[in-house]
Design a protein around this ligand. Sequence first.
Ligand SMILES: NC(=O)c1ccc[n+]([C@@H]2O[C@H](COP(=O)([O-])OP(=O)(O)OC[C@H]3O[C@@H](n4cnc5c(N)ncnc54)[C@H](OP(=O)(O)O)[C@@H]3O)[C@@H](O)[C@H]2O)c1
Length: 288
Amino acid sequence: MIKPTVIVSGKNGQVGSELLLLHVSYPQFNWVFLAREDLDLFSENSISKAFQEHRPKYFINCAAYTAVDKAEEERGLAEKINAEAVGFIAQKCKAFDTILIHLSTDYVFDGTGSSPYRTDGETNPVNFYGFTKLEGEKLALQNNKQTIIIRTAWVYSVFGKNFVKTMLRLMNERPEISVVNDQIGSPTYARDLALAIAEIISSEKKHFGTYHYTNQGVISWYDFAIAIKEISGSGCKVNAITTAQFPTPAKRPHYSVLDNLDLQKDYHIQPRSWKVALQECMKYLQRL
Ligand SMILES: NC(=O)c1ccc[n+]([C@@H]2O[C@H](COP(=O)([O-])OP(=O)(O)OC[C@H]3O[C@@H](n4cnc5c(N)ncnc54)[C@H](OP(=O)(O)O)[C@@H]3O)[C@@H](O)[C@H]2O)c1
């Protein structure tokens, strides 16, 4: 029997790297992992070539322009990668009868809410990155019926740059650090998200549309830093500050907790607690 092919773009990113690690547990698929050199979202030609060559049953788009602050300046580039390229990938998916799994963000919401955002909650991005990701979602859904959008948040892993690795480095270098305490959300271990994606494509019955996936629990970045300090045993002092005391080029939503219920209902995927996931990731980080 011919195995269905799964293309994973952005193979060197956090989620792409985790999928690369766990794909051996899903031998029913023919996995094709593509880095920027193999599949450049900036080039329609490159995208077309990948579809022509591999004829995928699934396309998991882990590639994105993820520099939130820089996106305020590099608007054209962010829009090209996060919106236009996604629209083109979705067109190709339609032509090749491919199921598109596309990752998006909690930053599509403005963060003025006070209860977890449902998948059909009103979107209103407060920064340009969020705007481009929302445009990408719309084009993906418009251009290909067989699309699954997964919005996630606060992603970390042993790979790439992320909050956990930055905190560990700073806690090592400095006696004292300050972390914002008035942005509230839920962290996501990229390994757990990758596993959820693999389960979705393995699921017999597919449901299309928009889903949310984060680990369970609601915390501030300050709470997150305190947990990292405690697990690592660092002696660094962590101070709580407000967003106003830590200005960044791109505005962030104050409250961006995502309601994961639709994914539990349709795919029976139950994320574990953020703290258990963090403990596991830090165990791997401490071994490196
Ligand atoms: N990180 C978060 O906290 C977070 C939060 C919410 C949502 N998300 C979403 O989750 C998804 C995965 O995030 P992540 O943290 O895994 O991202 P990441 O680690 O920043 O990886 C993104 C990948 O995209 C690749 N890429 C960038 N431009 C490209 C292009 N023109 N062509 C091909 N590849 C390109 C990068 O390639 P290089 O390795 O060559 O640079 C990188 O490997 C993204 O859609 C992101 O928007 C992330």
